[in-house]
Design a protein. Structure first.
Length: 460
């Protein structure tokens, strides 16, 4: 079959993990459609199943192994079915997955997406392979243009990879092992993709990188000619006609320079939302985590960001139960989170990862204590989120419509539409008042009500 020549055998991708993995699954789907495969909505209609894995926490890795165990029966129900495993666990374990799970036909890492069609073809001929070599070749960023038959899960919105890898080696984090060292995509390539997205109707892009605001850092260190800063890249992207919103994730606090802080007050297209991973409010824990900043550094950074953009919404990541975390350390985290007033946070119990410095650290926090701390932190955040939402009532905003709200999907009727505003808050809209709105549309609204999880809007 000619690549992309029409309906072919079906594939489905299961995705675990972060936005980077979600975007990698989009790239996987695009490569397979170009190779003549047809994307299916579920496993049962598929001849090929790709499991795109996450290893940031132990729970996600265990879920993969449980899934793979269950795929023996899936393969047995139809002759010729294939299973591939990609993503961070694949990068970490490699051909160990082939040895442990005979139902797995091929394995590919985070640097070898381009090899996927060849791996599938080899598997169809009975040749099992693992390709997980780390690569610094910029060619890994250059993938085929999005196939015209491939629909977007979120019309009007797209992810755009600008850099990969991390050189920070925080003591709890497996990313430098699974994603490799920092490498930034050349700015002309980023701009060309953004222009193509805008020409195709995308109005909002999210720039992706493990330490996204370190973009170009290593290239400038090596004296690469014309290697731009992250702030200058944002300025170039903001000038593209049709791009109404630009977001980025996830930054590292130490890479917010003066210029990056300033562009938050300068660029209309740059959304008034920053996801600022805090991890802990205790200087002792931050030092043990190798985060390279203190609580006061975060206070100063937040003050400068809010001075540049007073309406800025901040969200964060937090870890509780890190080895050695005392009650006093946790109290400092609660205090700092309350002081900085995050609009939302993503809090997790520490999960030891093999190969990280913290995995062998003493002073483990009992599971019961870690759970209590997590619940206390989440309770604090619920109050902060509701307070932030209430502060928005009566104001106007613009919502990028995504489709029916989660409640409408549960009830099987379109009573509400849902989308995101520039501050990255979920906004629900009464469907009868926005009957003409379609996924991908930007609609002006007035915030009428606040709930703990979302805003409720009405037509202007």
């Amino acid at each position: 079959m000619e690549p992309g020549a029409g309906p072919g055998p079906g594939f489905h991708v299961r995705t675990y993990g972060c936005q980077m993995n979600v975007h990698d699954s989009e790239k996987i789907a695009n490569l397979l459609v170009h190779a003549g495969w047809t994307q299916e909505p579920d496993d049962e209609q598929s001849d090929l199943l790709i499991v795109n894995t996450c290893s940031i926490r132990e729970k996600a890795e265990h879920r993969l192994y449980s899934d793979l165990g269950g795929l023996r029966a899936w393969r047995a129900r139809r002759a010729g079915r294939l299973v591939g495993v990609g993503g961070c666990v694949a990068q970490q374990v490699g051909d160990g997955l082939l040895a442990r799970f005979p139902q797995v036909d091929f394995v590919f890492g985070t640097h070898t997406l381009r090899l996927l069609p060849a791996l599938v073809a080899a598997a169809a001929e009975g040749r099992r392979r693992a390709e997980t070599a780390e690569s610094s070749d910029l060619e890994r960023f250059e993938l085929p243009a999005r196939h015209p038959s491939l629909e977007r899960a979120t019309p009007g919105r797209a992810y755009l990879t600008v850099m990969e890898g991390c050189d920070m080696f925080c003591s709890f984090c497996i990313v430098p092992i699974t994603r490799g060292r920092e490498i930034s995509r050349p700015a002309p390539s980023v701009v060309r993709e953004a222009e193509a997205l805008a020409a195709g109707g995308v109005v909002e892009i999210t720039l992706l990188g493990q330490t996204v605001n370190a973009y170009g850092r290593q290239e400038r260190r090596r004296g690469a000619e014309g290697a731009p800063s992250f702030a200058s890249l944002l300025r170039r992207l903001a000038a593209i006609p049709g791009l109404r919103r630009i977001r980025y994730t996830s930054p590292h606090p130490i890479f917010f320079d003066d210029d990056l802080i300033a562009v938050h007050g300068e660029l209309e297209a740059l959304c008034p939302h920053v996801h600022l991973p805090l991890q802990s409010g205790s200087d002792a824990v931050l030092a043990a985590m190798r985060r390279r900043y203190r609580a006061d550094d975060l206070r100063r950074l937040v003050a400068r960001l809010r001075a540049a953009r007073p309406d800025l919404a901040l969200t964060t990541d937090l870890i509780v139960g890190f080895p050695g975390e005392s009650e006093a350390d946790f109290a400092e985290t609660l205090a700092l989170v309350g002081e900085l007033g995050f609009a939302d946070s993503y809090a997790f119990k520490y999960s030891p990862r093999v190969g990280t410095a913290a995995a062998g650290r003493g002073g483990s926090v009992p599971e019961r204590v870690a759970q209590e701390r997590l619940e206390a932190l989440q309770a604090l955040q619920r109050g902060l989120t509701l307070a932030y939402h209430r502060s928005r009532v009566g104001g106007s905003t613009e919502v990028l419509v995504e489709g029916p709200s989660s409640r409408s999907r549960r009830e099987g009727r379109v009573g509400q539409l849902s989308g995101r505003d520039p501050w990255h808050r979920v906004v629900n809209l009464p469907a009868e008042s926005f009957a003409a709105a379609r996924p991908g549309d930007l609609v002006p609204v007035r915030i009428a009500e606040a709930t703990p999880h979302s805003l409720i809007a009405e037509a202007l």
